[in-house]
Ligand binder design. Sequence first.
Ligand SMILES: O=CC(=O)O
Length: 298
Amino acid sequence: MENKDHNQNHQSEDLPQVLLLKPTPVMAVLGEHQFSSNKYQFLKAWESPLPLCQFLTKYANSIQAILCSGAASVTDDLLQLLPSVRLVVAASAGTNHIDLMACCRRGISVTNAGNVFSDDGADAAVGLLFDILRKISAADRYVRQGLWVKKGDYALGSKKKTFVSYPFYSNICELAADSDALIICCALTDQTRHMINKEVLSALGKEGVIVNIGRGAIIDEKELVRCLVEGEIAGAGLDVFEKEPDIPKQLLELENVVLSPHNAVFTPESFLALSELVVGNLEAFFSNLPLLSPVMDE
Ligand SMILES: O=CC(=O)O
């Protein structure tokens, strides 16, 4: 029947209910490994014919946990509707889509992806950096467009291989001024929003490149585009953007920019580790054991 609420499964009535507001990529892996474990009733809001508000009201007093990715925000208003929620499991390292203060006020624990994405995130950032410095994608386009035949050899790339040490900088402008490349991989918070602004980009300078695998809004994107267009910095490798999936059109036309669709950590290995962590957190929570990757443990 078209209008059936697939969440209504009498056999699972006694299982702890875990709300999913939107599909999260980890579900594909969870599906293979754990979804069929029959330990939880996963309520998929998008599969219900009910409007979201009615759906939430129907299960308001029984949903104990929320599993979410960045695609769906966990706001104070949402939590207000779900008084039985005691755990929010983020299927991401970033928690900027979760109102942490509201969770704290309501005594709700929060977990995230811990460090399961660290290796693949680092690989992707270095990949973007090499691509920008050695113009790999741009040279690929050059060959595909037949320009090698028509115009001859491609412009030189560069990659310094000097000894690297890691001094600490408390001032981001000084850090940028002393760096050839800035790799942004921190969380988006009130403190880091637009942390990379006009001053920082101009301190990075004409030879400098920037890679962002954190969150788009850590960089003032308008300024970044302006600096790239006007040659005030040398290039950018960007996995994240301020208004995903929309990206500024000018970026598409720039040869010194490498773009990827917020997929820096999308590997089978990361997702398998994430699915195990998500299930591990749910199991720990419902067995009253310490959470595996707490952001906030109430
Ligand atoms: O962007 C990915 C994450 O936060 O895990």
